[in-house]
Design a protein around this ligand. Structure first.
Ligand code: UD1
Ligand code: MG
Length: 471
């Protein structure tokens, strides 16, 4: 057992001013902690990862339970040094401990590996990952033995910096590797005589150096990787950084994104070449889009698959659905869970679908609700058609066979079967099955009274004039 990874994730995140634990806030569609666990498990197997939880421990554990990592509970959060002290029992058997911060989510596995390898070649007791961001304010600063030396004498927190130290740009990333023997021999030397009255893990640098142990630092190649997320403004910056990286990956694969900075695209989204994504589109979760599609502005697509040549017009909302090639959606279509839209089908404005399959070339172009329905190919669903799938207790299905014509403003009371090639008159309420090739009408017979409107007007005028004569 050589390496354990400890992830410190017990803090409240006071600076966020949020009820939710800091590590559960999301960037790029995933919580901070999920990002960190993902990177950690590229370096060691999940059974060697120990997450220190405390604030909202139950919620934090539940959120990442499927990753199979271990949890250590830090009941009182008395600082980063105390977090590692709490993990002592669990990890003392490992030779080296990699410590990651739950609020440093962009860190890449390659950088952890570089830090680990540097720690081994340097035979250090503590190895610190550092960076030199444009604005070092707020971070602990790294005091090197001399500018060119790998050796570090101390880490000084922002609040304790002397005016001279303020100008040091090299910051502590909060990511370290420790040799576990000196770490646990000396960790009880940490004191709380600092601005926050906490046990700072950063003070281990000074404590180890005092005991003639070797403490070294290595700088991350890309400072953005080690940016911390301590405020919601920083969180937004990291979110933008992740999403821009995803947009760049897709653009490199031949996807046109007109205003990438306005789109919200999650990391696992795949899009085929020559698809065009217009401004203000959101592509979320496990969404896969084929080639030569166009996704117009303000559409939100989540956990859905679209084949090639699909046109999604403005303002569509598509969740947990499949759309076949050449289909045409929107504007303002709402495809809810389990909508299976066939090849070249049209689902038009203000049409809501849920758990339906609609076949090749069928059209529901305007103002309809289609739920729990199986609709064949070549079907025309007139404007305002409603499948009445719910009787207050149960949901029932509507089956519409191929080549049916449903007239506008029809209600289809499920369970019901509309036979192949049949025709439903507009304005019908259909409660009985319709056989193939039949015409069904379910509406009151029209009554027309000749001249009625004219005689009503005459009557009204006469009454008005009689009234005037009296006054
Ligand atoms: C810490 C470092 C600072 C560094 C910065 C990098 C210390 C004292 N300072 O400051 O030098 O520049 O990270 O991002 O370590 N946590 C616990 N238990 C606790 C306290 C914190 O698990 O009792 C966790 C937090 O949930 C968080 C991480 O440790 O994930 C870091 O804590 P945070 O309060 O964010 O430290 P910083 O002020 O950012
Ligand atoms: Mg922090």
């Amino acid at each position: 057992m050589r390496f354990a990874i400890v992830i410190m994730a017990a803090g409240k995140g006071t600076r966020l001013k949020s009820k939710r634990a800091k590590v559960l806030h999301q960037i790029g569609g995933k919580s901070l902690l999920e990002h960190v666990i993902h990177s950690a498990t590229q370096i060691v197997p999940p059974q060697d990862v120990y997450v220190v939880v405390g604030h909202q421990a139950g919620a934090v554990q539940a959120a990442v339970a499927s990753t199979n990592v271990h949890f250590v509970t830090q009941a009182d959060q008395r600082g980063t040094g105390h977090a590692v002290q709490t993990a002592r029992q669990a990890v003392a058997g490992y030779e080296h401990i990699i410590v990651l911060s739950g609020d440093v989510p962009l860190l890449q596995p390659e950088t952890i590996a570089r830090l680990r390898d540097f720690h081994l070649t340097e035979r250090a007791a503590m190895t610190i990952l550092t960076a030199s961001p444009d604005n070092p304010h707020g971070y602990g600063r790294v005091i090197r033995h001399s500018p060119s030396s790998a050796e570090v004498t101390a880490i000084v927190e922002q609040k304790a910096l002397t005016p001279k130290q303020e100008s040091i740009r090299e910051i502590n990333s909060g990511i370290y590797v420790f040799a576990s023997k000196p770490l646990f021999q000396l960790i009880n030397e940490l004191r709380t005589d600092n601005a926050h009255g906490e046990y700072y893990l950063t003070d281990m640098a000074r404590v180890l150096v005092q005991e003639h142990e070797r403490v070294v630092a290595i700088e991350a190649g890309d400072a953005t990787e080690v940016l911390g997320a301590n405020t919601l403004a920083e969180m937004a910056e990291l979110d933008a950084a992740i999403r821009m990286a995803t947009a760049r990956r897709l653009m490199a694969q031949g996807v046109t994104i007109y205003r990438p900075e306005t789109t919200v695209i999650d990391a696992n989204v795949e899009v085929g070449a020559d698809t065009i994504i217009e401004p203000y589109v959101q592509l979320l979760g496990e969404t896969h889009i084929g080639e030569d599609c166009r996704i117009r502005s303000y559409s939100v697509i989540e956990n859905s698959t679209l084949a090639s040549h699909v046109l999604v017009r403005h303002g569509c909302i598509i969740s947990e659905s499949h759309v076949q090639a050449g289909a045409l959606l929107g504007p303002y279509a709402h495809l809810r869970t389990g909508s299976e839209i066939g090849e070249e089908a049209h689902i038009g404005n203000f049409v809501e679908t849920k758990k339906i399959r609609i076949g090749k070339g069928s059209k529901a172009n305007h103002l309809s609700y289609l739920g729990d329905a199986e609709i064949g190919s070549g079907v025309n669903i007139g404007a305002g058609t409603i499948t009445c799938n719910y009787n207050g207790v149960d949901k029932s299905r509507t089956l519409i066979e191929n080549d049916v014509f449903v007239g506008s403003d029809t209600t289809l009371v499920a369970p019901i079967v509309i036979g192949q090639g049949s025709y439903i008159g507009a304005g019908s309420c259909i409660v009985e099955d319709v056989p193939p090739e039949a015409l069904a009408l379910g509406r009151a017979k029209q009554v027309t009274k000749d001249g009625w409107a004219r005689s009503r007007r005459v009557q009204a005028r006469t009454a008005r004039e009689a009234g005037k004569g009296q006054s």
